[in-house]
Ligand binder design. Structure first.
Ligand code: URA
Length: 212
C-alpha cells in the first residue's frame, strides 16, 4: 500500500527492536509496559522534530549565552483512554513540561464505533500544538472521533501518534482528517473482523495493564 505523504513510519532500529519484543505473546505485563514507555520516548524524538522553540539566556560557568529551549507548555499530549496512557508516560519522560488532555472513548463491541464518556483539556487550546496518542490505529473510529472533538477547540496543529496501524486504519483516518499527520512504528498487514490488527500485538490495553 502506498502511504500518504503525511504518514511517517519510524523505522529506527531501536524502535523496531522494541516493537518486536512487544509483539511476543510471552512478554510479561511488566516488560510490555516498560517497552511501550521506552518506545514512546524514542518516537517522541521524531514526532517533535519541528516543535516550536524560544530563545532564552543561560549563564554557563564561563559566560552568558543565548540558546533555545522547547516551550513544553504550548504542547498538549492528548491520551485516548485507556491504552493511550502507556504512550503518554513515555512521551512525558522526555517532554515533562507538556500539558496533558484525556479523552475517554470506548469501542462499542457490536458496532466498533467510538462512544465518548470523558473529555478534559487544558485551557486556551487555540494557542497549543496537540499530539494525540493511542497505541493502535485499527478501525480508526476512536482516533477520528477524538480528532473531530479536538478540532472544535481550534488548536494550532494536531498530530496523531500510534505504535501500530494497518492499511484500513490509515485509509480511514486519512479520509476523515487528511490534514493530520500520523506517526507510527509499523503498518501491519490487515484488520480482522473483530477490529484487531494482524499480525499486531493483541489488545494493547489488556497487555499493558494485565487485565486479561
Ligand atoms: N486495539 C488493540 O488493542 N489491538 C488491536 O489489534 C486493535 C485495536
Amino acid at each position: 500500500m502506498a502511504l500518504p505523504d503525511n504518514v511517517h513510519v519510524i523505522d529506527h532500529p531501536l524502535v523496531q527492536h522494541k516493537l518486536s519484543l512487544m509483539r511476543n505473546k510471552e512478554a510479561s505485563t511488566n516488560s510490555f509496559r516498560r517497552l511501550l514507555n521506552e518506545l514512546a520516548a524514542l518516537m517522541t524524538y521524531e514526532v517533535t522534530r519541528d516543535v516550536g522553540m524560544q530563545e532564552v539566556e543561560v549563564q554557563t560557568p564561563l559566560e552568558t549565552m543565548k540558546t533555545r529551549v522547547i516551550d513544553g507548555k504550548k504542547l498538549v499530549f492528548v491520551s485516548i483512554l485507556r491504552a493511550g496512557t502507556g504512550i503518554l508516560d513515555g512521551m512525558l519522560s522526555v517532554v515533562p513540561g507538556a500539558r496533558v488532555g484525556h479523552i475517554g472513548l470506548y469501542r462499542d463491541p457490536k458496532t466498533l464505533m467510538a462512544v465518548e464518556y470523558y473529555f478534559k483539556m487544558p485551557q486556551n487550546m487555540e494557542e497549543r500544538d496537540v499530539i494525540v496518542v493511542d497505541p493502535m490505529l485499527a478501525t480508526g473510529n476512536s482516533a477520528i472521533a477524538a480528532v473531530e472533538r479536538l478540532k472544535e477547540l481550534n488548536p494550532k496543529s494536531i498530530k496523531f501518534v500510534c505504535l501500530l496501524t494497518c492499511p484500513e486504519g490509515v485509509a480511514a483516518m486519512h479520509k476523515a482528517h487528511p490534514d493530520v499527520p500520523i506517526y507510527t512504528a509499523a503498518v501491519d498487514r490487515q484488520l480482522n473482523d473483530h477490529g484487531y490488527i494482524l499480525p499486531g500485538l493483541g489488545d494493547a490495553g489488556d497487555r499493558m495493564f494485565g487485565t486479561k
